[in-house]
Design a protein around this ligand. Sequence first.
Ligand SMILES: *Cc1c(COP(=O)(O)O)cnc(C)c1O
Length: 426
Amino acid sequence: MKFDSTDLSLAKQFDEKDKLKNFRKEFVHADSKTIYLDGNSLGRLPFKTQKRLKKVVENEWGERLIKSWNDGWYELSSKVGSKIAKVIGAKENEVIAADSTSINLYKLVFAAIKASHGRNKIVTDEFNFPSDHYILQSIVNQLNNDYKIEIVKSRDGITIELDDLEKAIDENTAVVTLSHAAFKSAFLYDIEEVTKIAHKRGAYVVWDLSHSVGAVDIELNKANVDLAIGCTYKYLNGGPGAPAFLYVREDLQEKLSSPIWGWFGDKNPFDFNLQFREAEGIKKFMIGTPPILSLSAVDSSIDITLEAGIKNIRDKSVQLTEYLIYLINELLFPLDFTLGSPTDSSKRGSHVSIKHKEAYKIYKAIMDEQNEKIVIPDFREPDIIRLGVSSLYNSFEDVWEAVQIINEIVENRTFENYESGNDIVT
Ligand SMILES: *Cc1c(COP(=O)(O)O)cnc(C)c1O
């Protein structure tokens, strides 16, 4: 896309033409002063999910009590899994909603290691989410440190060179595990290409889709991906702490086993058999009772993504981030900001990182409730402000306004009135 004006009228023109513009009103906007650019951390609440939760609490739990397990609760993990499958290009029986992203990573990496006899290396990169690193470290620790983790470094702090990744993967590599979209820079891997490289050396791949699912069109089957995990509270709007999902390619489901055996992974939990008998298919990767309240929220919210269509969502997200980068160039570069994300949209997820040496104070200033309009982004150490756009509820005008607000606060040096220091959650 080419942009030739920083005027609001251009943003309005894009909004007018936007195919997805009507989805915005499906979401709760509690006030009109907030420009929410944090859907990559916690998506907005859809009205229909608010209603659904009321029903689950009042009717299914409040009135029907335990009977509700036979009225759909028991199948809900599979049902939600099959909806997620549609968003990531997988078969219905290859995905299940369960546990947290971190726990699912533990299960799948462990299963893959166990199935790659003798190989003792795990490859990841320095952009992967800290929790992913910790999970890998804990696995190595539990396996008596017989495994080593190789961390591929970035040359420019924004992207990873495929050559560097390829060099790290050898015949000793059991698993390659990466975030599809890097949480800081938004660098986006080519899933198909990397999977091919890993397979050439006989390694399994485990993709963490947390920062791309619901924003980027993903084709797991087409890319022949082995294993994947991801969360549902970011672009899928499942709500805080909503359960994550895991994907195991159909032909691997028999071969791989979960390292944690719980009754929901048993052939028939309600036999109450004392000896574990692994369930068939994807269910064997479940552990215990699913969180029905948040699972119901995901079940409802994800319908909006399915209705909008993931290709339309990705198209709009690319336009929004391109427009955002154009405005950053015009209005923020002169104020000592630099770009912390790839400029090539095929290598970028749905957020844009900007860097400034006073990033934390600027972040506090633009979120100050006293302001007439506020922007909610994320701050990431040491100097990053992350602006995430969600195609379902963000407009081009949101993007325009957010950049104006940042520009004003830095130009007027209002941010100097704010203390450095940290909130617990940024
Ligand atoms: C958000 C995110 C997680 C979160 O993990 P939880 O176990 O759900 O807390 C993990 N990995 C990545 C890449 C993420 O973006």
